[in-house]
Design a protein around this ligand. Structure first.
Ligand code: ATP
Length: 608
């Protein structure tokens, strides 16, 4: 990366487009502030040359002041009032500039953070499987201000450059030698900025990664709080955080020392320049080539020339941090989602619910043959049971339908059309999912149910809750539907959470339903209540039910038996029991387990 990567600057400038009016005001204010800065040393010259040393007043000043120019007191009053006026104008411009710049800064940061957040949400689950959320949070929150940070330095650099040119030009006209001597420092400054910028980048990138890692540790520990507490690992987590952060702090301090040394180098170079100018200026006064007032103005200018030079140097130095942030955030934005709408995708209105898999194969990255050659068809409204040993690929199979992942081979058809031909949004609109672990948001119970359909009325929410057998328990809570849930729905039991997620699915009212072992972690009484609600939910929908307990599949129209990623059997329960295959084995194993505590009489294999 170069000292100032122009491609980043150009890309960042695009974020200014929606705020061009504010940006134009910032440019005007910057030019005015530079002009005002040029006026600053002139009252001092008038006092020294015309008031104290009584040199003749310049024609310009005479034209401005008229008869007052003849009186020393009049000139003195003018110089004092002028210096106050210049200070007032400069400070006024400063306040305005601050207001405009803060507004641009905050709006661009908001735009950029929103863009990062939206993009991160759109990236595929395959991407998120590999990424730690803490790192993404760091990027959105801590690095999201990089574009505005870069843009905010542009007026500062512009003002410095303008002031620099203006002051150099005036100094040059007053004493060309002195002005040229003052420029002797520029190559040294240029070299030190270049050296610093190229040597600091790797370190800054390293520090940023360490800081992001610290946030990832906090995020992971807090989201795993129950496990941390259950294993009594608070101290261990604290140490992990502390060690990680201490490393980051150590590196940050080392980088800051380097930054400070760089500041020292810049200051020393300009101090040498100032000393040279002072010496030569005084020498010119001794030779009567310059008045004392002129010398003071030139020295004031040259001191002021160095100020923007220093500012430019520091700014270019501190910009490196921004460039590191821009590099990683742009990298995220440039990453295309593996799962996206095809160019001719169309919106699907309401599916009938015919689902067909044709020779579908899929592997997670780095794995092979998670699913192989899967072919089956589900008619609208049918209940499809999916069974198989753990790791057989059951959850993976159902996650291909809403295109959480895309198959590597074969096709998935919805109502006879490849799912790729529908927009993702409309495809997912057709599918409700009730997961093994009910995931809820913090917020009220009503808000959580409304997540199924954002425009649902309170009446519809209650109706969905009744259908999900959740209404009664909700009404028993002190705040009923307004009960606030903690993060991930903490504050109510697992079975209650699951009923709320079923209510959410009711409200979505999608023609296809995926049930990924929704009752596996509840007791049998709660299971019966949830199953009762699910029976109601399944009516008129094509339902895919993953089940370990074969008893929950009693009215499945088709059962798919998976093993090692292959569809080894499919048929009705009767068909499958007649064959002496895997289903029969699983079935016998469960019946055997049920029989064990009782004794002799063999139970009829009725699946309830
Ligand atoms: P279970 O009954 O235990 O829930 P399952 O039949 O639903 O198992 P899947 O979750 O579909 O099985 O997993 C199938 C295979 O894919 C397993 O070997 C698993 O290790 C692997 N797998 C699952 N998710 C991922 C992932 N995100 N990345 C890589 N491999 C995965």
């Amino acid at each position: 990366m170069s000292v100032i990567p122009l491609n980043y600057v150009v890309r960042v400038l695009r974020y200014l487009r929606p705020h061009w009016r504010l940006a134009a005001s910032a440019v005007v204010l910057t030019v005015l502030a530079s002009l005002a800065a040029l006026l600053t040393p002139w009252p001092l010259k008038i006092v020294v040359d015309n008031v104290l040393q009584q040199h003749p007043v310049s024609p310009g000043l005479k034209g401005l002041l008229g008869s007052t120019a003849g009186s020393r007191v009049g000139l003195l009053v003018f110089a004092v009032v002028a210096s106050l006026f210049i200070a007032l104008v400069m400070n006024g411009l400063h306040v305005l500039n601050n207001y405009v710049n803060t507004k641009i800064d905050q709006h661009i940061t908001l735009d950029f953070r929103s863009q990062l957040f939206l993009h991160a949400q759109r990236l595929s689950l395959a991407f998120h499987d590999r990424r730690r959320s803490g790192l993404l949070i760091y990027m959105i929150n801590n690095q999201g201000d990089a574009p505005s940070g870069l843009l905010m330095t542009i007026p500062m650099l512009g003002e410095s450059a303008l002031t620099l040119i203006g002051m150099f030009w005036i100094s040059f006209r007053m004493d060309a030698n002195l002005a040229l001597v003052s420029l002797a420092v520029v190559p040294f400054l240029y070299y030190s900025v270049g050296y610093y910028a190229t040597h600091i980048q790797d370190r800054l990138r390293y520090v940023r990664n360490l800081e992001a890692e610290s946030l990832a540790v906090i995020h992971e520990s807090l989201s795993m709080m129950r496990v941390v507490v259950a294993f009594g690992r608070e101290e261990h987590e604290f140490r992990r955080f502390r060690d990680q952060t201490a490393t980051a702090v150590g590196e940050r301090v080392r980088v800051t020392v380097r930054q400070t040394v760089f500041t020292l180098a810049v200051n020393m170079i300009t101090a040498i320049g100032s000393a040279l100018v002072l010496g030569l200026g005084a020498y010119h006064v001794l030779q009567n080539r310059l008045t004392v007032g002129d010398m003071l103005v030139v020295i004031a200018y040259i001191a002021a020339v160095y100020k923007p030079l220093e500012t430019i140097s520091y700014t270019i130095g501190s910009l490196q941090d921004r460039f590191i942030s821009l590099r990683s955030t742009f990298h995220l934005l440039d990453r295309e989602s593996d799962i996206k709408d095809s160019p001719h995708a169309r919106a699907m209105r309401h599916a009938h619910g015919n689902v067909a898999f044709e020779n579908v194969a899929f592997s997670y990255s780095g794995r092979s043959d998670t699913l192989k050659d899967i072919t089956f068809e589900a008619e609208p409204g049918q209940a499809i049971g999916i069974v198989g040993p753990t790791g057989a690929g059951k959850s993976t199979l159902v996650s291909l339908l809403p295109r959480f992942y895309d198959p590597n081979a074969g096709r998935i058809l919805l109502d006879g059309t490849d799912t790729h031909e529908f927009t993702l949004q409309s495809l997912r609109q057709q599918i409700s999912i009730v997961l093994q672990e009910p995931l809820l948001f913090s917020g009220s119970i009503a808000e959580n149910i409304r997540y199924g359909r954002l425009d649902a009325t309170m009446g519809e929410i209650m109706e969905a809750a009744r259908a999900a057998n959740a209404h009664d328990f909700i009404m028993r809570l002190p705040k009923k539907y307004e009960t606030q849930l903690g993060e991930r729905g903490a504050a109510i039991s697992g079975g209650e959470r699951q009923r709320i997620s079923v209510a959410r699915a009711f409200l979505k009212d999608a023609p296809i339903l995926i049930l990924d072992e929704p009752t596996s972690s509840v007791d049998s009484k709660t299971e019966a209540v949830i199953l009762d609600a699910l029976d109601r939910l399944m009516v008129g929908r094509t339902t895919f039910m993953i089940a370990h307990r074969l008893s929950t599949l009693h009215h499945a129209d088709l059962i798919l038996v998976l093993n090692g990623g292959r569809l080894v059997e499919q048929g009705t329960q009767e068909d499958l029991l007649r064959r002496e295959g895997l289903y029969r084995q699983l079935y016998n194993a469960q019946i055997g387990a049920l029989r064990k505590p009782q004794a002799k009489t063999p139970p009829a294999p009725v699946l309830v």
